[in-house]
Design a protein around this ligand. Structure first.
Ligand code: NAP
Length: 396
């Protein structure tokens, strides 16, 4: 085994080159593959190679003379004094997180002293014939001290006007933010939400959700109590070459919209200076075509960035899965399982899931079946992805 590292700019230093056999999928599996990863990716690469029974031929670091070792498993060299051993920490606490949490704002405004935002827009996201009501609502955040700001993947709290059945002020409800940190108008002081009006039947009566109805009905100019921002689970990696798989149902599209605008919306890209060069793949589940959210934008991104963006829809009440049931996103995941796995094998790939909690078992089943087909154990692999901060879930 040869080990070489080269200094790169930035705090983490070394780059590693790994030459591996029998790693990957399809024809690639037999071929020798050369992978170059920074220090902080080495551990997760090793784990993935080990899980797939890959054989490391060479692990290179320019700090060491090349060392030949027998090709066996993906276990990093046992020589603890060597840079290679240092480069493959056994605890995630020693690995640098791929997503930077340091400058993420949290709880700038709390329920006892919320920020009063002003509604600047409220429009329906649905086409004719859609089920229910889903609106895109924008608030002006200017003038706060401190300024209420946020990053992609966070949520804010809304405290609806009025009182509950006990005469007490309503509690806050959390909503995933649907705009990038720069806001839809790129003016750096707005936030947008994607809100579905909750409606259900009880004792023959239609009950409307308190906060979702308050928001869907709200008029421009109204003042709304806002708290937060909160959440670090759904942050995007800093790496412009990351790959991002997104699994969303309904309004769970909110964080995905922020990622995709950050990646592909031309004016947003100019503004944010983050020049995404990786691959993004969105799986979106909606009951009807008319219920697809931000569909025109996503189709445009796919047309403009065909090498970087894929958009796969599951329209549950218009399409059928292989068993003749409703087409859900886990069925689409199953159809594309081999390719999704080949993405996940790449340590630069992150998976994000947002929406109905009910999709989680189905996604797990689909991933599990795909893993088993490759001789892998999903129950082992998934916690490793989570530990490596590459598996992000926010479902209600
Ligand atoms: P929706 O428009 O009703 O669409 C949901 C889609 O998912 C429909 O096609 C639905 O199919 C399908 N679906 C139903 N059960 C499923 C299952 N077990 N597995 C996979 N797909 C399934 O969605 P929505 O009303 O906007 O609901 C979105 C949910 O996400 C809400 O519960 C909301 O609270 C949650 N959410 C969470 C976050 C967060 O955690 N940050 C953010 C936003 C939204 P059928 O109805 O045709 O069966």
């Amino acid at each position: 085994m040869r080990v070489s590292t080269g200094r790169v700019t930035g705090s983490d230093g070394r780059m590693f080159t790994v030459v591996v056999e029998s790693f990957g999928v399809g024809r690639q599996r037999r071929a020798e593959r050369v992978l170059t990863v920074p220090f902080e990716r080495l551990q997760s690469l090793m784990q993935t190679i080990a899980l797939q029974g890959g054989r490391i031929r060479v692990l290179s670091s320019t700090d060491l003379e090349p060392t030949a070792t027998p090709a066996t498993t993906a276990t990093p060299p046992a020589d603890a004094a060597s840079p290679a051993a240092n480069a493959a920490p056994t605890s995630s606490s020693t690995a640098k997180a791929p997503v930077s949490h340091a400058d993420v704002p949290v709880n700038l405004y709390k329920p006892k002293a919320p920020f009063l935002g002003t509604v600047t827009g409220n429009y329906s996201l649905l086409a004719d014939g859609a089920i229910g009501r889903v609106n895109h609502i924008t608030f002006d955040l200017a003038g706060g001290d401190p300024q209420l700001h946020y990053v992609e993947g966070q949520s804010i709290g809304i405290i609806p006007d009025g009182e509950d059945a006990n005469g007490k002020p309503h509690k806050l409800r959390l909503y995933s933010i649907a705009s990038t940190r720069h806001g839809d108008d790129l003016a750096d002081h707005t936030v947008s939400l994607c809100v579905r009006q909750l409606q259900y039947e009880k004792d023959g009566e239609t009950i409307n959700g308190v906060c979702s109805t308050f928001l869907c009905d709200i008029e421009p100019g109204a003042k709304v109590k806002i708290t937060g921002p909160v959440g670090k689970e759904m942050l995007l990696p800093d790496d412009e070459e990351a790959n991002v798989i997104m699994l969303a149902t309904g309004t769970g599209i909110a964080p995905m919209r922020t990622y995709l605008r950050r990646m592909f919306e031309p004016a947003e890209r100019d503004k944010n200076g983050w020049h995404f060069r990786g691959k993004a793949w969105l799986f979106m589940g909606a009951p009807k075509t008319a219920n697809l959210l931000y569909d025109d934008d996503f189709n445009r991104y796919q047309a403009e960035f065909p090498e970087n963006f894929r958009y796969t829809k599951a329209i549950s009440r218009e399409e059928q899965n292989a068993k003749g049931g409703r087409m859900y996103i886990q069925d689409r995941v199953l159809e594309n399982a081999e390719e999704i796995f080949s993405w996940i094998e790449n340590p630069k790939t992150h998976v994000y899931m947002c929406g109905l909690r009910g999709m989680e078992p189905g996604i797990d089943e689909a991933m599990s079946a795909a893993a088993t087909a490759k001789g892998l154990d999903w129950a082992t692999l998934r916690p490793q992805l989570k530990k490596a901060e590459r598996w992000h879930v926010e479902t209600y």
